[in-house]
Design a protein around this ligand. Structure first.
Ligand code: HEC
Length: 190
C-alpha cells in the first residue's frame, strides 16, 4: 500500500524557518521505515517474552526500563535517531519538540477526517540551529487491541496501580482500537 506522505500542503502550516522545505525522498523514507520495523520487532518480542514469564506487570517494566535502551541500540547500528512521541504522554521524557507537535496535531486532524493511520506519515528536510540539514520523518502509531491492556479504558487494577506509581502524570489511557496513539519520530543528518 502506498503511504500517504502529505508534504507540500502541510509545510505552509508549520512553524517553519525560512530555509525549510518539504521533500519526498523515497530512499530515505524506505530506510526510515526499515528502522521503525526493526524497533517494533525488537520491542514486540521483548514485551512478549516478559509477558509470558511474568505477566503484564513484567511487561510494563520492559517498557519502562528497556524501551529506551532498545531504542538506543537500534540507533547505534544506524545513522538514524528514533523516538516515540505523543500528544497524550505517559512518560513526559517522550514529549514532542515544536516540529513534532505540529505534525502530531496534523495527524490528529487527518485522523478525525478518517485517514488510514497505518499509512499516515510526514517527512521534511529541515535546517537545525547549527545550520545542518536533517531529514525528519514521522509515522503515525495506531492503537491495536494488544495495547489496550495498558492504554485502554478498562485497565486491570494491578496494572493501573503500577502505571500510576511509575507515571504519576500518565495521560496515555482511555484509548480505543484504531485511535491515534502517537508517532515514531526519526532523524538523519544529511
Ligand atoms: C505492558 C504495558 C504496555 C503495553 C501492552 C503497551 N504499552 Fe505503550 N507504554 C507503556 C509504558 C510503560 C510506556 C512508557 C515508556 C517510557 O517510559 O518511555 C509506554 C509508552 C508508549 C509510547 C510513548 C509515548 C508516551 O506516551 O510516553 C507509545 C507511542 C506507546 N506506548 C504506544 C503503544 C502501542 C501502540 C501499544 C500496542 C501496540 C502499546 N504501547 C502497548 C506500556 C505499555
Amino acid at each position: 500500500m502506498k503511504a500517504l506522505f502529505f508534504t507540500a500542503a502541510l509545510a505552509a502550516a508549520l512553524p517553519v524557518q525560512a530555509e525549510q522545505f518539504s521533500v519526498n525522498i523515497p530512499e530515505l523514507q524506505n530506510e526510515a521505515k526499515g528502522v521503525i520495523k526493526e524497533l517494533v520487532t525488537t520491542l514486540g518480542s521483548e514485551l512478549k517474552a516478559a509477558k509470558e514469564e511474568g505477566g503484564a506487570i513484567a511487561a510494563i517494566n520492559v517498557c519502562n526500563t528497556k524501551a529506551a535502551g532498545l531504542t538506543k541500540s537500534v540507533n547505534d547500528k544506524s545513522e538514524w535517531q528514533v523516538e516515540r512521541t505523543s500528544l497524550k504522554l505517559r512518560n513526559p521524557q517522550n514529549a514532542p519538540d515544536q516540529w513534532e507537535k505540529a505534525i502530531l496535531e496534523q495527524f490528529e486532524s487527518k485522523a478525525k477526517q478518517g485517514a488510514n493511520l497505518k499509512t499516515l506519515g510526514f517527512s521534511q528536510v529541515v535546517v537545525d540551529e547549527e545550520g545542518r540539514k536533517v531529514f525528519r520523518m514521522m509515522k503515525a502509531i495506531p492503537v491495536a487491541d494488544q495495547c489496550l491492556a495498558c492504554h485502554g479504558s478498562k485497565i486491570k487494577p494491578e496494572i493501573a496501580e503500577q502505571l500510576q506509581t511509575l507515571y504519576p502524570e500518565d495521560k496515555a489511557t482511555g484509548f480505543s482500537t484504531g485511535d491515534l496513539r502517537g508517532a515514531f519520530s526519526l532523524k538523519k543528518y544529511l
